[in-house]
Design a protein around this ligand. Structure first.
Ligand code: ADP
Ligand code: 5GP
Length: 187
């Protein structure tokens, strides 16, 4: 059976990580792709678990050697998905989920039109800002940079296959499950 690649995207702070965590707890058979980033780890983040934390130099080398399926600069840091990791998972017969920004999601769709793009929307701009601030992981300058991306992210969302509003968390997880189960039933 053909293995599927799902891409989950949305503005910073909308709850992508939280929704995905809830989904993966109930559906452990899905592989979550681990990205490379030049961002510094947040307290509690572990190299090789949350991200592969690499230097700008290492990131540049990966770009030059065509190692990334997609990569993007987001709010001052670089993020990328290694081709090798994705191809290996698909070859091993695993369904994969990527949690990446909207620029990267559209790059994946260009290269792999069969990829399924899912955009997580906030119930309102105010809720998004409150969640981003309430997470207490970014300084004010970084929060501003991330909020500046919201308008363009919503424009890019028009090209996605599905949109899910993350208002009530349990409902958002259920909606994600329905979307993914529906796609898995297609040949
Ligand atoms: P992202 O991965 O999109 O940047 P996170 O998953 O880190 O976002 O969530 C940002 C913050 O919002 C976290 O503090 C999280 O607990 C909170 N959050 C996520 N989903 C909801 C929700 N449905 N209702 C209220 N708060 C939420
Ligand atoms: P954060 O710094 O909050 O972990 O992530 C910031 C943004 O980068 C989020 O939108 C996240 O989904 C995105 N991101 C994480 N990994 C990748 C990746 O490999 N590629 C791209 N394009 N974006 C990523």
């Amino acid at each position: 059976m053909n293995k599927k690649l799902f891409v989950l995207s949305g503005s910073s702070g909308v709850g992508k990580g939280t929704v995905l965590k809830g989904f993966l707890e109930k559906n452990p058979n899905f592989m979550l792709s681990i990205s490379c980033t030049t961002r510094h780890p947040r307290p509690g983040e572990v190299d090789g678990v949350n991200y592969f934390f690499i230097t700008k130099e290492e990131f540049k080398n990966c770009i030059e050697n065509n190692k990334f399926l997609e990569w993007a600069e987001f709010a001052g840091n670089f993020y990328g998905t290694k081709k090798k990791y994705i191809n290996q998972c698909l070859a091993e017969g695993k369904d994969i989920i990527l949690e990446i920004d909207t620029q990267g999601a559209l790059q994946v769709k260009k290269q792999m039109p069969e990829a399924i793009l899912i955009f997580i929307c906030p119930p309102s701009y105010e809720a998004l800002e409150n969640r981003l601030r309430g997470r207490h992981t970014e300084d004010e300058a970084t929060i501003q940079k991330r909020l500046q991306q919201v308008k363009i992210e919503l424009e890019r969302a028009e090209k996605f296959d599905y949109k899910i509003v993350n208002d009530n968390l349990d409902d958002a997880i259920k909606n994600l499950e329905e979307v993914i189960k529906g796609e898995m039933q297609k040949c």
